[in-house]
Design a protein. Structure first.
Length: 503
């Protein structure tokens, strides 16, 4: 049988110095010999070139499409072949037509026309993790606003305790507010004692004439925002992550952490409000009119959901949260895997993690090397300045350029750290759900249940009293694999193609 070998590298540097390609090709060629496959083509992908990657991938697709015989595509690991579900759809069509078999060496996984649901689940999960990891790296690097973040600059209005001012060069910067910053420090120091609530601190500030935005009195929510903002000890929030900023901090990290400890202590105390949160709030829309589905509390204990009927075209139909949870729990039972399936999934996750670590290690080494080169250039340039070989104006310009490049490198290195953390959190959550989805859901607090529902489902809708849902990949395949244990009412058709009605 004919075979195509595909090898993929992460950067142009890896392509040039052969850090990864030869090893991939050697393993794939040995694999082909063991399987008695005839290698007709070999492709090398340079991940750093989007155009190159697209062109070569299209050549692979074209060769498979034109072949009159079935093709075996040999790849080191799923991560090396595909990092998006779009690619999966294209390859899956060839698989279904029996024109293509996919052989992933490291996972020990072969995908073909007759692959069972367990094998397809492993494939889907590997693609999901690869896609998630790469998106985490690239999401925050492309837009103009990110340039400010890389330089440690806040893109927006400074928090209370700081001021946005002109920098004297036609731009804007942030300085410490000499009037309000002492009061912000007082907020942290007072709260850290554990003797004062946010309500009491707000009253204290108001009594001393400290005002918030637009000259209004300080509110409890503003005090809570201050206490949760890392900007005051030297970091800023951006798209769910924290990055160092260049402005003077006004408190220490230890003081900030002391306030976190106090707040978490308060959070353990029972509250008449915390007992009644809503699992589906903000997660469902009305199938008939597209309006939000909103919860209401009846008699202090029963939660009902209904369409807000903002467009005045729907009948207000109330559905008990208990009834909405019944089909969700049934689905949770449906996505649990057998121990044999879990064992195979663990093998795939380990292979995916190995590929991630290799990709990340090579990329970080490249970034560190570039950073050190720039640092050496700065040192040499400084010596030249001292020796009078370079003018001050040129020195300042080049120094600014080198520092900006270094900031860009540090930002990208931080993105790898963030992506790696997200990878492990996602992998742990998927594996936990695969083992004991319903048990995990039942033992969770309401906010955790909300996160699990959001993690599993796409576009939750209500049609009258019926719950409509789409499961995210790869859980849709898990449900397909286990549907025989759930009864015939769980699936009306392929769960990737339409909503299902339950209740």
């Amino acid at each position: 049988m004919k075979a195509i070998i595909l090898a993929r590298v992460s950067t142009e540097e890896q392509m040039n110095d052969g850090q990864s390609i030869p090893a991939q090709l050697a393993r794939a060629q040995e694999y082909a010999r063991r399987k008695s496959l005839t290698v007709v083509s070999e492709y090398q992908f340079d991940e750093s070139s989007v155009k190159d990657k697209r062109t070569k991938f299209e050549k692979v697709i074209s060769e498979i499409r034109k072949s009159k015989e079935k093709i075996v595509l040999i790849v080191e690991t799923v991560d090396r072949l595909q990092r998006s579900f779009k690619e999966s759809v294209m390859l899956d069509e060839f698989r279904k037509q029996d024109k293509l078999d996919l052989h992933f060496i490291r996972e020990g996984l072969v995908i073909h026309k007759s692959s069972n649901s367990s094998e397809l689940i492993r494939w889907d999960m590997a693609v999901m993790f690869a896609r998630n990891f790469v998106l985490q790296i690239s999401d925050n690097v492309k837009r103009t606003i990110d340039q400010k973040i890389k330089k440690g600059e806040l893109a927006g209005k400074a928090p209370i305790g700081y001021l946005n001012v002109d920098d004297g060069n036609g731009g804007r910067t942030i300085i410490v507010d000499p009037i309000k910053s002492p009061y912000v420090i007082k907020v942290f120091e007072t709260y850290a004692t554990g003797d004062s609530s946010v309500e009491r601190i707000a009253d204290l500030l108001n009594s001393e004439g400290i005002v918030g935005k637009m000259g209004a009195k300080m509110r409890i929510r503003q005090i809570e925002t201050i206490l949760k903002n890392p900007f005051y000890y030297g970091f800023m929030n951006f798209k769910g992550q924290t990055y160092p900023h260049k402005y003077p901090p006004i408190i220490t990290y230890d003081l900030f952490k002391a306030c976190v400890a106090v707040r978490e202590g308060y959070g353990k105390k029972p509250s008449k409000y915390s007992a009644k949160p809503f699992i589906f709030r903000g997660l469902m829309t009305c199938e008939r009119c597209g309006c939000t589905i909103t919860p209401e509390l009846h008699k202090g204990r029963y939660v009902y959901y209904h369409c807000t009927n903002y467009k005045r075209v729907c009948e207000k139909i109330f559905v008990n949260e208990v009834e909405l949870l019944k089909p969700v729990k049934k689905i949770l039972r449906g996505i649990q895997l057998t121990q044999d399936q879990i064992d195979k999934l663990v093998v795939s996750l380990k292979a995916t993690n190995d590929a991630k670590n290799e990709f990340q290690g090579l990329e970080l080494n490249s970034l560190r090397s570039r950073y050190d080169i720039l640092e050496n250039r700065i040192s040499v340039m400084y010596d030249d300045k001292l020796d009078g070989k370079i003018e001050q104006e040129r020195y300042d310009k080049k120094l600014s350029d080198f520092k900006e490049q270094q900031a860009d490198i540090l930002f990208k290195m931080k993105q790898f750290d963030n992506a790696s953390k997200t990878f492990y959190i996602t992998a742990d959550k998927v594996l936990s759900l695969a083992k004991r989805a319903e048990e995990l859901f039942e033992s969770s607090e309401v906010e955790e249940k909300r996160q699990l529902v959001n993690f599993l489902f796409l576009n939750l809708q209500m049609d009258g009293k019926k719950l409509l849902y789409k499961l995210k990949a790869p859980f849709d395949e898990v449900l397909v694999a286990n549907e025989s244990h759930l009864g015939g009412d769980m699936r009306e058709s392929n769960p990737r193609q339409k909503h299902h009605k339950l209740l």
